[in-house]
Design a protein around this ligand. Structure first.
Ligand SMILES: NC(=O)c1ccc[n+]([C@@H]2O[C@H](COP(=O)([O-])OP(=O)(O)OC[C@H]3O[C@@H](n4cnc5c(N)ncnc54)[C@H](O)[C@@H]3O)[C@@H](O)[C@H]2O)c1
Length: 462
């Protein structure tokens, strides 16, 4: 890129875990300037002000009014995403919004409509499909060199539930739990590699610890429109970790100490109180003693558990530094571009959208760019809403002893189970049970008995 290429002036809203991890990528981009930040935490803002020649604000609204900001990376807690994205767009800023994009389809639609109305770019990230190994797996899978993709899997076992957590992270209604927070990465990875629409999704979510009352596990079975199956399995219970299957490499590309068994749970037990836990979580904010340190790329590419893609003539998965292709006669390694990270790709994607008018792969219209997908709550979870004018055909429901998965279209009767489906506004009420229509929002809010909250289904249809 020529030296004279336009500069994009960036601000970070939310200087917590995600905000700190994005800063190095903004600082590395040759045509990005970090000009401002906002956080409700005065200590984080003061530390940032000490380290950067940049404006600081205690509210996102004040930040949005700054004339010295072109683009805002929003990494505030999920329940504020809609408010903060709309503020930024209304003030004419381009936006990168952290995943999950929104808590509801309606909110995601409002963001997309606002981006279009104000003529600004909206990118959803960081999510793991930005990461170089996932991009390489997709490139190989979609090249056709190994024939048709036959199935895709992402399995991830971590300590998510037992890392120090804020109140909202343990509350599904506010975007907490592994399905909102980590499923959003998995669906993104699988759809990015598989391409195309999902025609159905069935799932079970689970809660394993009454002290931490949100989802700590799920098993999700998906079918792409052409019938290709995919699975996403997650456990955040801090027992087995998939790093054991991933060369001892963690989500940030870091080496994980194999002897540190159960460390997250033990740390929580040791600190002993909820207040102390909140203190640990606060300490990851900018300037805190547990904050991610601005650094260059990690020693290894990022691993989000085990991603395994089977094609007609071979299987594809990550190795420690590359991608393995296990073909008919041999296993070969395909190198990755070095020095690049997923977060660099996020910053690049927004820059290229703004300056080079490139349609972002992870924009509000991600789904459309990926074969017109309509996958409702999945989209809401990780920003795949494709088209504000289309009706998101989201089917989330709670299969019970007498009701399980389905795929259908509004007004018609479910193929498998004969459940009538009716469309209400931008949500699809699926079935009537106990005198209630169940929709995504109601299901999450109206949940009475966690153990009965067996699963959710999603279908995406044209
Ligand atoms: N892509 C990833 O890998 C990744 C990793 C972590 C978090 N996230 C996402 O980032 C978002 C934030 O999560 P986190 O773990 O960084 O949270 P966090 O609590 O560590 O950070 C949030 C920050 O926002 C600030 N904040 C809270 N309310 C605010 C408000 N109203 N105005 C201004 N600042 C406010 C807090 O003081 C805090 O510094 C979530 O949506 C989460 O899903 C993504």
């Amino acid at each position: 890129m020529p030296e004279s290429a336009p500069v994009l002036r960036w601000a970070v809203a939310g200087l917590g875990t995600a905000g700190c991890m994005m800063l190095p990528a903004i600082l590395r981009h040759p045509h990005a300037r970090l000009t401002a930040a906002a956080d409700a935490d005065a200590g984080a803002v003061a530390s940032f002000a000490r380290d950067f020649q940049a404006e600081t604000y205690s509210s996102v609204e004040a930040l949005c009014a700054s004339p010295r900001v072109d683009a805002i990376y929003i990494a505030t807690p999920t329940q504020y995403h809609t408010e903060h994205v709309l503020l930024a767009l209304e003030h004419g800023k381009h936006v990168v919004i952290e995943k999950p994009m929104a808590l509801s389809l309606g909110d995601a639609d409002r963001m997309i409509r606002a981006a279009e109305a104000h003529g600004r770019q909206l990118v959803v990230g960081h999510s793991h499909s930005f990461e170089p190994p996932i991009r390489k797996i997709r490139e190989i899978a979609q090249s056709g060199a190994l024939g048709r993709v036959r199935m895709l899997h992402n399995w991830c076992f971590t300590d998510w539930l037992y890392r120090p957590r804020n109140t909202e992270e343990l509350d599904t209604r506010l975007g907490g739990g592994v399905t909102f927070r980590q499923g959003s990465h998995q669906f993104d990875i699988l759809r990015f590699i598989g391409g195309g629409l999902l025609r159905s999704v069935r799932a079970m979510t689970g809660r394993g610890d009454a002290q931490r009352p949100t989802e700590d596990a799920h098993v999700v079975y998906m079918e792409f429109e052409d019938g290709t199956p995919a699975s996403a399995v997650y456990s955040g219970a801090d027992h087995f970790h998939t790093t054991e299957l991933a060369f001892g490499i963690g989500e940030q590309g870091q080496r994980v100490d194999p002897t540190a068994y159960g460390r997250a749970r033990q740390t929580l037990q040791r600190v002993g109180s909820r207040d102390a836990e909140l203190g640990l979580k606060r300490a990851v904010r900018y300037g805190g003693n547990r904050a991610p340190r601005p650094a260059g790329p990690a020693p290894h590419p990022s691993f989000f558990g085990l991603t395994l893609v089977s094609c007609e003539k071979g299987d594809i998965r990550q190795s420690a530094h590359s991608v393995y292709v296990s073909g008919e006669d041999e296993r070969r390694e395909v190198p990755l571009s070095t020095g690049d990270t997923g977060r660099d790709a996020v910053v690049r994607e927004l820059y290229d959208a703004v300056v080079k008018a490139r349609v972002p792969a992870h924009g509000g219209r991600w789904g459309k760019a990926n074969n017109d997908a309509r996958c409702g709550p999945t989209a809401a979870l990780h920003g795949l809403i494709d088209d504000a004018t289309s009706i998101p055909l989201a089917l989330w429901f709670r299969p019970t002893e007498d009701l399980h998965g389905y795929t259908t279209v509004p007004g018609q009767t479910c193929r498998q189970y004969g459940v009538p489906v009716t469309l209400y506004g931008d949500r699809l009420s699926l079935f009537r049970r106990n005198d209630r229509y169940w929709t995504l929002g109601e299901e999450l809010r109206g949940q009475q008995d966690p153990t009965h909250f067996a699963c959710s289904g999603i279908s995406a249809l044209r």
